[in-house]
Write a protein of this length. Sequence first.
Length: 444
Amino acid sequence: MTNLRGYRASRVVTCDPKIANGSNELGVIENGVVVIDDARVAFVGRESDAPPVRNWTDCGERVITPGLIDAHTHACWAGSRHDEYVARMAGGDYRAIAAAGGGILSTHRAVMAASEDELVHQLTGRLSRMLRLGVTTCEVKSGYGLVADAELKQLRAIARASKMPNLPHIVPTFLALHAVPPGVDRDQYVASVVNETLPAVAREQLAQFVDAYIDANAFTAEQGRAIATAARAHGLGIRMHVGQFADIGGAELCADFSAASADHLEHIGDAGIERLAAAKTHAVLLPTASFLLRQAPPPIDKLRAAGIALVVASDANPGTAPTESLPLAMALAVRLYGLTPAEAILGATRNAANALRLGDRGVLASGNWADLCVWELPHEFAILQPWGVSRTERVVCSGIEDRARSRPSADMTTKASSPASRERESVTKSREGEGSRPPRKNPR
Ligand SMILES: [Zn+2]
């Protein structure tokens, strides 16, 4: 007997470019099914074409999407910056707060003081909450340790979390240049990161990407170039914080290195846009940060017209994006940045996967990871509307449902099914045998 499990729903949003077309941008299959074989998707389409399935979960008038992918977070941190938030809301300036030892340096002190175990504890708490919001893959940066030992401590904490069950897949990024630690010369610091920290990170295989904060109040494009050159020499991918406060050539630097993504882009000129488009570098948009900082949006119309793939991410961090919610970032991308609902959904699924160089998720298609969300909503565009609430009914990550959110299936059948689906032979029993199966390790 097959071990295949299936989910039925009135709208299966595949995000699959092979299914999508001009009038169906998201590749929606109405009254579709997703069939899972252990940790992978085995089939997506119509039930009449599906292979024999042992257990069906009938989601009724619900939406199934790929699991969300948060392509830019700083989720590994300790401490609290509520005082700074209060000061900022009373008119304090980001750069003045940073100059007074707040901002990144405040979290740096807290991360320095925290044990690796404490960082794991904080990070896994955040990741489990993100999973319930629908996030099944999460990029996590270091960047608060700043000095080599503390950066490695952060990255080891991220590596430990990535092996734990019942959390999103993790993509680790070494944020090589975020701020200069107190009392250290800037150029010497960049040299030490290039010559010591980055090689140590590569040696321990603690990161897939290297990031740097290229901006007027941070590091120059030339300093970023030194980091990107070293990252490339160690075979690591490149993504960068670019143009949050000023255009100082970060986009051109990203293009020079065919970076996977250029992130922020509130300030980017036409030449930079042209170069990013030619390099096929993704634009990662972070509307929660610009919302908090009361900034004008990036030039979305120009990015779109240039054909640059748009990604939406939470930027989850303790200062400028105090949220763990990718759905909130998606809602703000529509409200503040003028993305269409379809763009926001693709920006947190297919485009986010591509920006992280992951070809096995972000699209519901056979062979991909069995990462999906069942939304307690009648239409995928409704995902963009309710702010600050979690509307996932089930989150499935590598084939395993997040149990805290899963409801008894009988409940689903009575409350959620359409009359038609109730008539179907519903084998919507609890997922047989799953309870006795040990939790699968996170595959990344
Ligand atoms: Zn960031």
